[in-house]
Design a protein around this ligand. Sequence first.
Ligand SMILES: Nc1ncnc2c1ncn2[C@@H]1O[C@H](COP(=O)(O)OP(=O)(O)OP(=O)(O)O)[C@@H](O)[C@H]1O
Length: 349
Amino acid sequence: MASPKIKLSIRDLVIKFKLRGQVLTAIREASLDIYEGESLAIVGESGSGKSVFTKSFMGLLDGNGWIDSGSITYEGEDIARFKTEKEWLKIRGKKIAMVFQDPMTSLNPLKTVGKQVQEAVELHQGLKKEEAKRLTIEILDDVGIPDSESRYKQFPHEFSGGMRQRVVIAIAIACNPHLLICDEPTTALDVTIQAQILNLLKNLKEKYSLTTIYITHDLGVVANVADRIAVMYAGDIVEIGNSEEVFYNAQHPYTWALLSSLPQLGVKGEPLHSIKGTPPNLFYEVKGDAFAPRNPKALKIDFVEKPPYFEVSPTHKAKTWILDPRAPKVDPPASIKILRDQWGGRKNA
Ligand SMILES: Nc1ncnc2c1ncn2[C@@H]1O[C@H](COP(=O)(O)OP(=O)(O)OP(=O)(O)O)[C@@H](O)[C@H]1O
């Protein structure tokens, strides 16, 4: 089988912020390849760096932040070197678009929904008004807004939360991007609407041949939508693999902790637990495995040296010393074994 084409390649990316005279390292030498047409989820606790990492692909870092080193290669060009807005505008919207968590802050309350989508169509697809309006209504239909011709003339406050998120998605699609980044796209919505929006994104991915990245702190949300899962902790990707590999055969103690804290998968007989302790202070240099201080099964070396990636399969790797052939055997916690049995049972049912 031909190997998949890489759409975006991130290498050893370091992103820093200056805050109150001190420097914080938010992304610590993270590397990732994103394949054309795939659906990748980036998961991790709040503050792990998911938003900063992906915003850097579009030149959207806050003013006090910068790419300190590393590369982001898109279609042969290292976009991490871009300095001007003019350069970023070649990529932002056009090639890479983003759907944010809160649809209200992404929409202009003073403009009709139709106008906001149409502006994106006109700007990015170079169409005349009539043609642009026709396409806008088609896109509103595609994102599941009923009665799109009359809805076109309404304002955001006349839409429900779920419908507003559909409009935000319409704006992103109107730019005709190759890569769509969805940053917690359903967090602000109630559960039934969440499922509808995820379904919509899945359908649009096929129709518009999109490569999609989902950012979420919730592994349950991605179980249905992601081909691959990248687990982020303290600004680095500590485990990556196909969804099945990460769900059924997780290797990093942080991934174990994330899986164990999944409420909606309900581990029978096990109390729900959140991950104990707090992530490292990124104002200081992180020594060894960043998760070690919170890992009850940490090895001595975890406190001393940063682990490299160890390969579990050609598609699955994790940065944990547990996978070093010289390491003592460390078993996953009981909750992970129970999860594996439960899911294995469901899978084979
Ligand atoms: N403008 C900024 N100035 C200083 N630090 C920042 C800035 N933006 C982000 N950070 C820091 O960078 C780190 C990563 O933040 P980021 O928002 O990417 O996390 P996240 O995983 O997306 O979390 P969440 O799920 O809460 O959005 C955090 O420690 C955060 O405080």
